[in-house]
Write a protein that binds this ligand. Structure first.
Ligand code: ADP
Ligand code: MG
Ligand code: MG
Length: 240
């Protein structure tokens, strides 16, 4: 059976009831790399967050099976233990550098670019700690070395390429490629072709208005970034 099988998934913002996911179908098998593309606001991040059990969202319909088990019924920690991994920053392998150090560096690099003063470790800790709580992540995550625990059977990578220069992008791509085994699978969200040139996806999906509206092979991404109308692209009979 597939590693991940999503059928007719609908989900809403818990607080307001606003529907974001409007019937997502997605099948990921062992050893496959799936790229999710689509315009800003199409629901890509929400899909990832719903898969890991982010508390802001409520599944209102459909099913998610992970290794044949009902994921919706599982707590975020159970999902993680079952082998679902989500990165919320670039998973570059840096021996001896903790996730905390890495996130602090990444945040400060971005702040510097936008002219904001760098954060000290304590300031950053008070910023990141509530987010770790809100995501129900294990607080020990911050102490672990970068890339440790990046060992799930299915890694969900949300825009790990954003804000990276070419060298860093190559490091990230190498890290992701290094993860791949015949059993591990990756679902990565990206806006850009450049990551997909370095990590060849088995399938590319286009998301729009909370649904996957197209599925193809890696050439689908090329078509999109070239601005070619993708309506005629032959759909793979993959989502049956
Ligand atoms: P993408 O990652 O494709 O850019 P998102 O999943 O972040 O899209 O968002 C999809 C849509 O859902 C957007 O219109 C966004 O504003 C809305 N949305 C997502 N999460 C929330 C939330 N917690 N509260 C309100 N609106 C949300
Ligand atoms: Mg977005
Ligand atoms: Mg997003």
């Amino acid at each position: 059976s597939p590693l991940l099988e999503v059928r007719g998934l609908t989900a809403s913002v818990k607080e307001t009831g606003q529907q974001i996911l409007a019937g997502v179908d997605l099948t990921i098998r062992e050893g496959e790399i799936h790229a999710i593309m689509g315009k800003n606001g199409s629901g890509k991040s929400t899909l990832t967050k719903v898969l890991v059990g982010h508390p802001h969202y409520e599944v209102t319909g459909g099913t998610i099976l992970f290794k044949g088990e009902d994921l919706v019924e599982m707590e975020p920690e159970e999902r993680s233990l079952a082998g679902l991994f989500m990165s919320f920053q670039a998973p570059i392998e840096i021996p001896g550098v903790s996730n905390f150090d890495f996130l602090l560096m990444a945040v400060n690099a971005r702040r510097e670019k936008t002219g904001l003063p760098a954060l000290g470790p304590l300031e950053f800790y008070s910023l990141v700690s509530p987010k770790i709580d809100a995501l129900k992540m294990d607080p020990k995550f911050l102490d672990r070395n970068v890339n440790e625990g990046f060992s799930g059977d299915l890694a969900l990578l949300d825009e790990i390429d954003s804000g990276l220069d070419v060298d860093a992008l190559e490091d990230v791509a190498n890290a992701v490629n290094g993860l791949l085994t015949p059993k591990n699978s990756v679902m990565m969200i990206t806006h850009y072709q450049r990551l997909l040139d370095l990590i060849k996806p088995s399938y590319v999906h286009i998301m729009e208005n909370g649904k996957i509206i197209k599925t193809g092979d890696s050439s689908l991404a090329t078509h999109i970034s070239e601005g070619i109308v993708i309506d005629d692209y032959p759909l793979l009979q993959y989502l049956l």
